[in-house]
Design a protein around this ligand. Structure first.
Ligand code: FAD
Length: 418
């Protein structure tokens, strides 16, 4: 693989950028791989990259039914942070955040990772008490977190509504300065290019339609491009987790729900941090192109649809304008939705399944983009060694049988109430 560099870019300018080689190959599937990863989103591609780069397992295929990054990886609002409430989630996401911090250099691919800070707004004294508790817990675990006064929030984002008549009064906030955003599709492309260079076969337009199980052991997959035998199989398909696990006869504690996002027309820089409000259920950032990126709540009912419903657009636009009235002047340019894999405690599953040689990475709900490098690295450990990494020990599938939930939102066993 030719390394990307400033000099290379300059050289490309002289021949009209015609000499760039393909970033990854388009190989025909082989008859057998040591590991087959189902799903070419960020998590699947990262898993393949770390299998090859950290564990020397290079006879690996990533099977993607559409195009890589076309699932939730390319549909999310790109927020990266590790300031979660529970220590299990903090450990997992801080592990991931540390990987983000060196990832563009490692992959030799500009992921546009921007540590512009991520702020939770507090709208009442009780919000601030919860934010202070979370901040204390984060700092005890060595993770950066700072409480902000109302004045500090005003300096950070003067366009928030600080008037006496504000619909959502701002009392203060909690910031993680190392949080921010990354360019989502670049993450898929960067991992794909680096994995391909190590010999991984990335096979697009290849839908897994069956999982072959013999004597309790997964031995291969049937695909739209023929049968492929596999030593180990890793499911990594986000909103399709229940369906794909069902091909091996498994029922998962996961429901698929739509989650929408929206962008406005591009404007000059006006918001230079990520703003989130858990009370209002709205998050706002500005992309490098200048679009205002908005997200809200998932739909309450299960669905595999990738089109959102109009009422949610109205709701999120109303919430965003309530927080930043100047947004009312902007036109909404696009909206879309993804299918999120809502687990019954809101936490991911990275572990073996009851079928030998079949592993699961799913249940990331609406928060898995930030976990992409960590999830890939830890899932690669599992697929290479057969043993869960200590960080993923709390995230095993059998926790639902054991009642050992990781309930970050403290909202009980209903995905729709998160
Ligand atoms: C609107 C929205 C906003 C979000 N915002 C954020 C955010 O700000 N921050 C954050 O951390 N997270 C966010 N998320 C969640 C995040 O996007 C996901 O958790 C994460 O991207 C999941 O990555 P993945 O690689 O597991 O899944 P995906 O990118 O969905 O990849 C799974 C792939 O599997 C493929 N596949 C499915 N079935 C098959 C099959 N049978 N055979 C072969 N391939 C198959 C799919 O085509 C897909 O490409 C958001 C999600 C949505 C929808």
């Amino acid at each position: 693989m030719k390394r990307y560099s400033a000099l290379g870019l300059l050289r490309g300018g002289f021949d009209g950028h015609k000499s760039w080689e393909r970033a990854w190959r388009a190989p025909e599937p082989k008859a057998r791989y040591d590991v087959v990863v189902i799903g070419g989103g960020g998590h699947g591609l990262a898993t393949a990259y770390y299998l090859a780069s950290r564990h020397g397992v290079r006879n690996v295929a990533v099977l993607e039914k559409g195009w890589i990054g076309g699932g939730n990886t390319g549909r999310n609002t790109t927020i990266v942070r590790s300031n979660y409430r529970l220590p299990e989630m903090q450990d997992l996401l801080e592990f991931s955040l540390k990987l983000w911090e060196g990832l563009s250099q490692e992959l030799n691919y500009n992921l546009m990772f921007s540590q512009r800070g991520a702020v939770f707004l507090g709208h009442s004294d009780s919000d601030m008490t919860l934010l202070a508790q979370r901040g204390d817990a984060l700092r005890c675990n060595g993770i950066d977190a700072e409480i902000l006064t109302r004045e500090q929030v005003r300096r950070l984002c003067p366009l928030l509504d600080f008037s006496p008549a504000a619909r959502y009064p701002v009392v203060g906030g909690l910031i993680q300065k190392r949080g921010g955003t990354a360019r989502h599709d670049a993450v898929a492309w960067g991992y794909a290019r680096a994995a391909d260079a190590l010999g991984v076969d990335i096979i697009q337009n290849c839908e897994v339609t069956g999982i072959e199980v013999e004597g309790g052991k997964a031995v291969g997959v049937q695909t739209s491009r023929g049968r492929i035998a596999a030593g180990r199989i890793g499911i990594c398909v986000a909103g399709n987790s229940s369906h794909v696990a069902g091909l091996a006869g498994l029922r998962l504690p996961i429901e698929s729900h739509m989650l929408q996002a929206f962008v406005s027309e591009p404007v000059k820089p006006m918001i230079d941090t990520v703003i989130m409000s858990q009370s209002v259920h709205c998050y706002i950032s500005q992309s490098d192109k200048g679009e205002i990126v908005l997200g809200g709540d998932p739909e309450l009912y299960p669905s595999y649809s990738q089109r959102g419903i109009p009422i949610r657009i109205e709701e999120v636009a109303g919430q965003a304008i309530g927080l930043i009235p100047a947004l009312s002047r902007l036109r909404m340019l696009r909206c879309w939705s993804g299918v999120t894999d809502m687990s019954f405690d809101g936490a991911p599953i990275i572990g073996p399944t009851p079928v030998e040689n079949l592993y699961l990475n799913g249940g990331w709900c609406y928060g898995g983009f930030k976990a992409t490098p960590g999830s890939g690295r830890l899932y690669a450990h599992l697929l290479a060694t057969g043993e869960p990494h200590p960080i993923t020990a709390p995230f095993q599938l059998d926790r639902f049988e054991r009642g050992a939930m990781v309930d970050e939102a403290a909202s009980g066993p209903l995905p729709q109430s998160r």
